[in-house]
Design a protein around this ligand. Structure first.
Ligand SMILES: NC(=O)c1ccc[n+]([C@@H]2O[C@H](COP(=O)([O-])OP(=O)(O)OC[C@H]3O[C@@H](n4cnc5c(N)ncnc54)[C@H](O)[C@@H]3O)[C@@H](O)[C@H]2O)c1
Length: 376
């Protein structure tokens, strides 16, 4: 039996995926908020509760799901790894570049599994495009876009009127502070490539009444080691309908773009096999290719589809458990977590310095000490 402890009792988006596995027990729940802890543990039938994270680590759990505020992710992940527990950690991976270097070292020293819970990589349309890229249907892909457009200013205050961590650790920062939902799936389409440098520009600050430090909208250009390009836009400030899973991909033989209207639109694709005259070609609905989706998506039960974020949270947990059982490298490992998170951390420095290019460290096993640096 794999025993899991969850830290952060609010969303509990992983519970459905954990419950579906016969060899898994959600053994413990941890949260500083006593009332929430009691309510959620009763609701989900979780036997043991802890207010102190370190106390939960003393118990016999095998793995921890870290779903606490972002600034807790690295301290709690490292503590868990040092206690011999595997970790599934929420986004983003950390809040400083040094934390990302510590995290990579801690994973290497522990020999335990660390998986990054970037659930957008598990969205059905992102998986379908990944499959089509692997089959070469877009030819050589060379340009991608990811956008996170979601006015979540209200989350800087909790319903009880108290200030939330988001006021400082998200909206208190400049640059593309929440990059991984957008950059993660796109980087998976550029499999094997890495970000070499980033430059970030912003549109300024047009909601000064909020008192928040975050720019309205930021655009980060990511130059890949191969010379290819990804554009990232993060906007959690602007007044507009939301679209937090917006992507584009351009290859020599085809192009993909997500619907502008998240709920009513269609994801579109054009491939040169459809109509070789690309100058006059028309878009097709990507649903025409849905039989290329991995089998578990095609055969997903209604319950699985109802798991958080269009079912993505279900499949993410399934892959984490697979790694625990087999010891295989997780689908999204600590080096990908660090690279995608670093896009946001480096963008803070870039945007404050007129878009100056920031070099991305090449996160990999046993990185030399002198490469663990922030270079302009
Ligand atoms: N992947 C996604 O789509 C997605 C969506 C929402 C949130 N998140 C991530 O999930 C995490 C939590 O976000 P949230 O919206 O639930 O935040 P929240 O502030 O609503 O809830 C966080 C919970 O953690 C508890 N907590 C805080 N510090 C703690 C500590 N040291 N030990 C134990 N418990 C502690 C709080 O009491 C609270 O109940 C964040 O990292 C966020 O980025 C991810």
């Amino acid at each position: 039996m794999i025993k899991i402890g969850i830290a952060g009792a609010r969303g509990l988006s992983t519970v459905m995926g954990l419950r579906a596995a016969e060899d898994v027990e959600i053994a413990a729940l941890c949260d500083l908020d006593e009332a929430l802890l009691s309510e959620q543990s009763k609701k989900h039938g979780i036997g043991r509760t802890y207010r102190v994270f370190e106390d939960m680590l003393e118990s016999d759990i095998d793995a921890v799901i870290v779903a606490t505020p972002m600034q807790c992710h690295v301290p709690q992940s490292i503590a868990a790894l040092e206690a011999g527990k595997h970790v599934l950690c929420e986004v983003t991976a950390g809040v400083t570049m040094d934390e990302l270097f510590w995290l990579c070292e801690a994973v290497e020293q522990s020999g335990k599994i660390y998986m990054f819970a970037e659930n957008c990589c598990y969205l059905p349309h992102c998986r379908l495009v990944r499959e089509m890229v692997r089959r070469g249907m877009f030819g050589t892909v060379y340009y991608g876009e990811g956008e996170y457009l979601h006015n979540v200013r209200s989350l800087t205050t909790y319903p009880n009127g108290k200030t939330s961590w988001r006021k400082y650790w998200q909206f208190g920062k400049r640059g593309s502070f929440y990059p991984t939902h957008s950059i993660g799936p796109v980087m998976q389409w550029f499999e094997g490539d890495h970000i070499a440098s980033i430059s970030t520009f912003s549109s300024g600050r047009h909601y000064p009444e909020t008192g928040l430090r975050q720019d309205d909208t930021t655009v980060t250009m990511c130059q890949l080691e191969s010379g290819k390009l990804i554009r990232l836009r993060v906007d959690c400030m602007s007044n507009r309908p939301h679209n937090n899973t917006s992507y584009q991909l351009q290859g020599t033989k085809g192009v993909y773009q997500t619907a502008q209207d998240l709920y009513n639109g269609k994801d579109l694709v054009w491939l040169d096999t459809m109509d070789p005259d690309s100058a006059h070609a028309r878009w097709h609905d990507i649903e025409e290719f849905s039989d290329l989706l991995p089998e578990r998506y095609r055969n997903a039960t209604p319950e699985q589809k109802q798991a958080g974020h269009f079912g993505s949270d279900f499949f993410l947990v399934e892959d984490f458990l697979h790694s625990l059982r087999t010891g295989e490298k997780p689908d999204i490992d600590v080096y990908q977590a660090a690279e995608w998170t670093a896009v946001g951390l480096l963008s803070e420095l870039s945007v404050e310095n007129k878009g100056r290019a920031m070099e991305m460290p090449r996160f990999r096993p046993n990185m030399p000490w002198d490469e663990k640096a922030i270079r302009l």
